[in-house]
Design a protein around this ligand. Structure first.
Ligand code: PLP
Ligand code: COI
Length: 334
């Protein structure tokens, strides 16, 4: 395939194969690879009618040694099982999840970007309810699909700063709603806010839906802040437990930072020297400004990534690209 790897953004590139497995009569079928990217789906399927859908996102990296590394896929499998439970779907067994990811990789080996291009192979596992239903309720048939696609950086530029706008008029997820699950509805419900922010060249900072007092999430990523020697990240029942954030917390402790997960008031941004969004897609995306238009306040962190986040960014990337020892066994080498 003729791809200009270095200029890829976070956009879909059609893979040759996707992988699918259906769930019927209480059983998962064996995963299989197919070139067909279309589903023969009933118009009344529960995914279409009632949003019974969950997804994941994980990456494979071409290392400095030429080997391919898949990062922490078992954590994504576990999280997808939780999302499935959250939406009353059949969980995809971890081994089936792994088999499908490996098959999607092996069938699309030429889509793993070369080392040094900044691009990676992203996997988008998807779980949908396929039972036709008109009465409100869950289905009993499901389809698990893995869509691989080579991608570049989520935010343009390799490691640059993004501005976030504080949002108070659209709530992404309620305190005990589906925010802790990776389900499509959370994203659709935030489009009104995120598209408005994107039109201004920014992204959206979501506050807790109950009081609009505490930081919840950075659009499709967790929030992290550096305050003195402390790595701060929000504790909230409405946010997605990020695997990147979990990895960064481990690396932060390693470099002597105190790691604290607690409720963070928006005004505490004023005491932080660095702030960032973190996630599989955006890795660490440093924040230069958080703009609170309603209150007329701007929190600034400088236009260059700060030293602590830069160190953590490189520590994580070094493990993913095989340049540093993988002490925690996060990468599966293919
Ligand atoms: N929060 C939301 C809402 C997300 O969509 C993502 C992306 O997956 C994250 C956080 C980051 O999670 P992870 O690091 O596991 O990709
Ligand atoms: C990810 O970070 O992998 C995501 O899925 C975020 C977004 C692209 C949905």
């Amino acid at each position: 395939m003729n791809i200009d790897w270095s200029s890829l953004g976070f956009h879909y590139t059609e893979p040759e194969y996707i992988v699918r497995a259906g769930y019927h009569d209480g059983k998962w079928e064996e995963p299989y690879a197919t070139k067909d990217k279309y589903l023969h789906l009933h118009v009344s399927a529960t995914c279409l009618q009632y949003g019974q859908e969950a997804f994941e996102g994980l990456k494979a990296f071409r290392g400095i040694d030429g080997k391919i590394r898949i990062f922490r896929w078992r954590e994504n499998a576990k999280r997808m099982a939780k999302s499935a439970e959250g939406l009353f779907m059949a969980p995809v067994p971890e081994e089936l999840f792994g088999k499908a990811i490996h098959m999607a990789l092996e069938k699309n080996l030429d889509l793993v970007p070369p080392y040094g291009t900044g691009a990676t192979l992203y996997f988008r596992p998807l779980l949908i309810g396929t039972t036709p239903r008109l009465g409100v309720g869950p289905g009993k048939d499901f389809e698990f699909i893995v869509i691989p696609s080579p991608i570049g950086p989520y935010y343009p530029g390799k490691f640059h700063c993004t501005t976030f706008i504080v949002n108070r008029y659209v709530d992404r997820a309620a305190p005990y709603g589906t925010g802790q699950f990776k389900v499509g509805g959370n994203y659709a419900s935030s489009f009104r806010a995120t598209e408005a922010a994107h039109m201004m060249g920014c992204d959206c900072l979501f506050l807790d839906a109950k009081q609009h007092k505490f930081i919840d999430e950075c659009s499709a990523a967790n929030f992290i802040g550096i305050k003195g020697n402390e790595y701060l990240t929000p504790k909230s029942s409405a946010i997605l437990p990020s695997i990147t954030n979990d990895s960064l917390m481990t690396l932060a402790r390693e470099i002597g930072l105190k790691v604290t997960r607690r409720k963070i008031r928006l005004e505490e941004l004023a005491d932080m020297s660095e702030a960032a969004a973190c996630g599989t897609a955006c890795v660490i995306s440093p924040i230069n400004k958080v703009v609170d238009t309603e209150k007329g306040v701007t929190y600034s962190f400088g236009d260059e990534p700060g030293p602590v986040l830069t160190k953590l960014y490189h520590a994580l990337k070094d493990i993913q690209y095989g340049r540093a020892e993988d002490k925690y066994g996060w990468c599966e080498i293919i």
